[in-house]
Structures are given as structure tokens and as C-alpha cells.
Design a protein around this ligand. Structure first.
Ligand code: ADP
Length: 640
């Protein structure tokens, strides 16, 4: 590459001319000339030539002195040294002073041309290298800046998705906007729902005078344009109005956009003094930041909405007298209202703990055990240590886990107790007059002859008295069982009791041509009251015979199952409608089935069965289909 500038320092005009006219200019170099060292040095300083051709022997400064001066002044320029024949020693000295090459006078033009080419080649290479290094450094700087931009965007993105409060996120967004666009100021305005005005929510480096209550009406303003178009705006006209008395040289506005909700605000950066205009790259950066801010605003709004809903729900839960506990799918306590805390005596740190560890009541423990498999609403009655009784309900709740609700039914239980007590007392009091009536009815025939009609009437009175006596007997029994009287427990073999009851009922079954089967098998010992358990078997068997048509069958089975004994009394009788099944164990409840209207009963038999079995810690239930038959099953704990 020619065109380089070469300075020739030589006192001989002839040599300078030869060099210029024969070698340098024909090769396309530009030539500077100096006739002595001092002038040469000045030109080196002022013109910064690419190469120096320096003569050694000059009046005034010698070539070596010029080299020394260059070194002292730290002027680096490649030098070709011209020495006279026989002074190679000087050439060595010159090399030490940094000379690239030397040529001995007189020289052949080609020799000088080659020396120049060599020296310049080196210069060119170095220059190329410097340019490359500079480009690399520039690329590096750009990369670093991009990395910094990405880092900033990334960290803003993270703070948007983390649960920071809105003010903090918005302030961070504005700071990042100012930092990335190297702006003087930054503002973030949100649209006020009532007026539509844009109100300042966060700022960076804004003068207090402007920051105070900054509010921009959207009509006819640049901000309004952005709100309407939803597109960012770059203004660099030199006189841009942000608000009254707030003029800047250039600005960018980027909209906070949210699909479906439109533009909710504006992120802006402004330059008040700096002339440097914003670039389209700055617009892109600002738009990305504005998108983050929009997400943060929307998140905050949704959070606020859910939080309000949650607070309302919490207030309702807190105020209600019903005990409520919300559990997660693993049955850990998520929430528990004061009524529940008080009812179950929960510790203050119950929330977060597994329900089965902090709630001791066995009936609830049983619900927790069963619910995961059952996945339907379960009920239980719970009496807590304070003596109060609750009706508890555990329900699966989609997306949450479970809800445990407990209603205080202590007063209902008390009412029930008072009622039972009343019935018990009345029944007891009725017994004496009834005995008297029965006595006199029996006496009637003895005191004088009765005609046929009178005898029929007396017989009807006797049957009715028997019926009332039965009823009173049952009522008194039920009262005693519920009150826990006459329930002394002892180890016993239930199959012995069943033997006796089956024996007792065989004649009755035979009368109706029914087959009564007893599939006897040895059972483990249980603890129980023999009189009451006999009553259970009697009631179940008498029902089976009563509610089975002539010629039907009744089967009694016994089995042992995992520490329990299971007794079944099955028949192929009239069965029980599904709708009646939940109530037949209640006092005085009698199901209505065709063909059983004539069957006599008190409606107390199954109530006694249930009471006795529950007093023994067992369970009883029925499975039945009308027209097919019924199976009554009860389960009792075997003794260990
Ligand atoms: P009752 O004195 O009426 O027999 P229970 O309490 O023993 O009173 O029985 C309640 C009701 O349950 C009966 O009225 C009857 O409708 C029904 N029931 C009981 N056992 C049977 C059975 N084995 N088959 C059909 N229905 C039955």
C-alpha cells in the first residue's frame, strides 16, 4: 500500500532529490524533507510521518543525535539509517537506538526501495494489528454492554415474577430504563381508572418540582398518542413537552400493554440537557421493560383481587360459630378458625401440622384415616374433653384438599336426654296402673258369667294390654340401655346365646313354614352383657320371621374377621325400601311395605339393637332390597 508519508532528513539536497525523484515519488509515497536534524525532529513531531530516512553525517545534529532525541521524546517512528562506507560501528549503535534498517551510501535505488518496503511492511502489519485489536475491543465493549442489558432485563424479569410489592418493582423498572438507555430521567405513569389521567407512580432522577403530583391528561398529549396507538414513541425534536413547564430535548414513551386490558400506563425516559439522541435500540429496550412493568401491574391487581376475596372469606370463617378447619390433600392444617381452635383445644402453632397429630379425638382420627380412600363426605359425632358434643363433617374440596366442619349439637343431645328421661319416667309410672287393669280384667270372668260378646271384648282388652306392656317394656329397656344401666360386661361365647335364641324361635318359624338355618361356627370370646345381646338376637330374629312370608327362609351366620366377630341375620322376606333404610334404627320408625300392615310391632326393636351394639363398642347396619330380602349385620370386638 503506497501513499505513506516518508520524511527524508539529509543535509545533501542532491541525495534528497535522488530519493524523492527516483525512488519515493515514483513508488507513490508522499515525501517530506528536512535538511538538518532539528527541522527533522520538528517535522516528526508535527507531521507524524510513517517512515524516516535519516542521514548520519550532518552538520549540527548528527543522525545518532537525532535518534537519541527521538528516543528521549518517546517518538516512535521506523527509521532507515544512511551511513557512509566504513562506519558500520555506528550502524550497530543506531540499531540499539531502535533503527529498523541501514543503507550504506552510495546505494543502489533498488536497495533503498527494498529497505523502505521492508520497513513499511512492518509498519503496515503493526497498523493492521492495531486496527484489529481496536475492532476486537469495540466488539468486546458491545458484547459487554449487551450482556449488561440482558442481565438487567433478566433481573427485572425475575423481580416481576417474585412476590415483591408493586412500588419496588416499578422503581426497579424505571432505574433499569434510565441505566440502559443512559437517559437523564425516567418516569413510570399508570392510568387512573376513574379519570383516565396518567399519574406518576415511580421516577428516577426527576426533579422534585416535576415529580410532585405529576399527572398527564391524555387528551392532545404525546402520552395520549401512545395510550391510544399502543405503540412506543421516540421524539427527538429538541423541544418536547412532557407536561406544563416540563420540556425536554428528547424522549421515549413505551406503553404498558396487557392483552385484553389494553394499555395501562407508560414507561418514559427523557433527556433534558444531553444532545445525544435516543436510538431505536433504546426503544426496543424500553419496550421490553414496559412489558415487564405491565405484567407486574397485572400481577399486583390479580393478587389484590384474590387477597380481598381471601380476606372476606377469612372474616366469614373467623366470625362463624361453626368450627372450620381447612386441610391440604396430605391432611395438613391450612387454616383453622378460632371456634375450631377452642373446640378441639388446638395449639397456637397447629397450622401447617398434620391434622392427625394435633387432633386427638378418636372419631376424627377415624375420619382422617378413611377419607383419602373414600373421597366422599364423612360424618361423625365427636364429644370433646370439655363435654360438648359436635356433629362433624369431613368433605373433599376440589383443588384445596378437605374441609372439616363441626356443629355444636350439645343442646340437642341434652334435649334428647331429657326426652328419654321423661319417656322413661312416664313408662315406669304407667306400669303400676296397667298391672292393676290386667289384674281386674283377669278377675272379670271369675266374678260372674260373661256372655260371648262380653268375652270377645275382654279378650281384645287383654291383647291391647299385652301390647302396651310390651311397648312399655321396650321403652324402659331402651331408657336403661341408654343410661348405661344393667350393662355389666363379662366374657362370653356369643354362639351359645344364638343357640338358645334360635331354639326359642324355631316353633314360630315352623308355624309359618319357614326354614330357620343357623350356620354355627366357633367364635372367639367377647366381652358383653348376655341379657342384652340375647335381646339383640331376639329382636333381629323376630323381625326376620315377622317380615318374611310363609314358606320363606331365615339364615343366621357367624364369622371371625381380623379381631372381630361378624353376625348376620338374613331373610328372603319383604325387604325395606331404600328411602326407609337410614331411619329404621330410630325409635318408633316403622317402614310401610305391602303385606306388613297387619304385622304388630312397637318400632323400638331395632333402636334397642343399635343402642346395645353401640354400648358394646360395635356397629350394626342393614342391606336390603324390597321383594328380595334383608341382611342385618353387626360387628363386635373379640377379646384379645
Ligand atoms: P317393629 O316393632 O316395627 O318391628 P323395629 O324397630 O324392630 O320395629 O323395626 C323397624 C322397622 O324396620 C319395621 O317396622 C320394619 O318396617 C323394618 N324391618 C325390620 N326388620 C325387618 C326385616 N327383617 N325385613 C323387613 N323389614 C324389616
Amino acid at each position: 500500500m503506497a501513499g505513506e508519508r516518508i520524511l527524508v532528513i539529509d543535509d545533501s539536497a542532491e541525495v534528497r532529490q535522488v530519493l524523492r525523484d527516483m525512488i519515493l515519488e515514483p513508488a507513490g509515497y508522499r515525501v517530506l524533507e528536512a535538511s538538518d536534524g532539528a527541522e527533522g525532529l520538528r517535522l516528526v513531531l508535527g507531521e507524524k510521518p510513517d517512515l524516516l530516512i535519516l542521514d548520519e553525517q550532518m552538520p549540527g545534529m548528527t543522525g545518532v543525535q537525532v535518534l537519541q532525541a527521538l528516543k528521549e521524546q518517546e517518538l516512535s517512528v521506523p527509521v532507515i539509517f544512511m551511513t557512509a562506507h566504513g562506519s558500520e560501528g555506528l550502524a550497530v549503535q543506531a540499531f540499539r537506538l531502535g533503527v529498523r534498517d541501514y543503507v550504506i551510501k552510495p546505494f543502489e535505488p533498488e536497495e533503498m526501495a527494498r529497505a523502505i518496503e521492508r520497513a513499511l511492511e512492518e509498519v503496515r502489519l503493526r497498523r493492521e494489528r492495531d486496527r484489529l485489536v481496536e475492532r476486537l475491543e469495540e466488539a468486546n465493549r458491545r458484547l459487554e454492554r449487551q450482556l449488561q442489558e440482558l442481565n438487567t432485563l433478566y433481573s427485572i424479569g425475575r423481580s416481576v415474577t417474585s412476590l415483591l410489592n408493586l412500588e419496588t418493582v416499578l422503581t426497579r423498572v424505571v432505574e433499569a430504563a434510565v441505566f440502559l438507555t443512559r437517559a437523564e430521567e425516567g418516569i413510570l405513569l399508570l392510568a387512573e381508572p376513574e379519570t383516565g389521567d396518567l399519574v406518576l407512580r415511580a421516577a428516577k432522577d426527576l426533579e422534585e418540582r416535576q415529580a410532585k403530583g405529576l399527572r398527564i391528561r391524555v387528551q392532545d398529549s404525546l402520552a395520549g398518542q401512545v395510550m391510544e396507538s399502543g405503540e412506543p414513541l421516540l421524539a427527538t425534536t429538541g423541544q418536547v413537552k412532557v407536561a406544563t413547564g416540563y420540556l425536554v430535548r428528547s424522549l421515549i414513551y413505551a406503553p404498558l400493554r396487557m392483552p385484553e386490558r389494553g394499555v395501562t400506563g407508560i414507561l418514559g425516559v427523557t433527556n433534558r440537557k444531553t444532545e445525544r439522541p435516543f436510538t431505536t435500540h433504546d426503544v426496543q429496550l424500553l419496550s421490553a421493560l414496559a412489558d415487564y412493568a405491565a405484567v407486574a401491574v397485572e400481577n399486583a391487581r390479580l393478587y389484590e383481587e384474590t387477597e380481598t376475596g381471601r380476606r372476606k372469606l377469612e372474616a366469614v370463617l373467623w366470625e362463624t360459630e361453626e368450627a372450620v378447619i381447612i386441610l391440604d390433600p396430605q391432611l395438613r392444617i391450612l387454616l383453622c378458625n378460632p371456634a375450631a381452635g377452642a373446640a378441639l383445644g388446638l395449639p397456637p402453632d397447629a397450622v401447617g401440622q398434620p391434622a392427625s397429630e394435633v387432633i386427638a379425638e378418636s372419631a376424627l382420627q377415624e375420619l382422617f384415616r378413611v377419607i383419602k380412600k373414600a373421597q366422599r363426605t364423612l360424618h361423625a359425632q365427636v364429644t370433646v374433653p370439655s363435654g360438648r358434643t359436635y356433629s362433624a363433617q369431613l368433605t373433599p374440596v376440589e383443588g384445596v384438599g378437605y374441609a372439616l366442619m363441626m356443629q355444636d349439637i350439645t343442646h340437642l343431645k341434652e334435649l334428647d336426654r331429657v326426652k328419654s328421661e321423661f319417656v322413661f319416667t312416664v313408662s315406669h309410672d304407667l306400669r303400676t296402673p296397667l298391672t292393676t287393669i290386667r289384674g281386674y280384667v283377669d278377675l272379670l270372668e271369675r266374678v260372674g258369667p260373661l256372655n260371648d260378646q262380653q268375652r270377645t271384648f275382654v279378650e281384645r282388652v287383654r291383647v291391647s294390654i299385652l301390647h302396651i306392656t310390651d311397648l312399655i317394656g321396650d321403652l324402659l329397656d331402651l331408657g336403661r340401655i341408654e343410661a348405661g344401666y344393667d350393662l355389666e360386661m363379662e366374657p362370653l361365647h356369643l354362639e351359645g346365646i344364638i343357640d338358645a335364641v334360635v331354639e326359642e324361635f324355631l316353633p314360630l318359624a315352623e308355624e309359618k313354614q319357614q326354614e330357620l338355618r343357623w350356620e354355627r361356627s366357633p367364635l372367639p370370646l367377647i366381652r358383653g352383657n348376655p341379657r342384652r345381646l340375647r335381646q339383640v338376637m331376639e329382636n333381629l330374629l323376630s323381625n326376620a320371621i315377622k317380615y318374611t312370608q310363609e314358606g320363606g327362609w331365615i339364615a343366621v351366620e357367624a364369622a371371625e374377621d381380623d379381631g372381630h366377630i361378624v353376625i348376620r341375620v338374613a331373610d328372603n322376606g319383604v325387604g325395606i325400601p331404600l328411602a326407609d333404610q337410614p331411619y329404621i334404627f330410630e325409635r318408633f320408625y316403622r317402614a310401610q311395605m305391602e303385606g306388613t300392615e297387619e304385622v304388630e310391632g312397637t318400632g323400638l326393636g331395632l333402636a334397642i339393637v343399635k343402642s346395645v351394639i353401640e354400648r358394646h363398642g360395635g356397629r350394626v347396619w342393614v342391606e336390603s332390597r324390597p321383594g328380595v330380602g334383608s341382611v342385618f349385620t353387626f360387628v363386635l370386638h373379640a377379646m384379645e
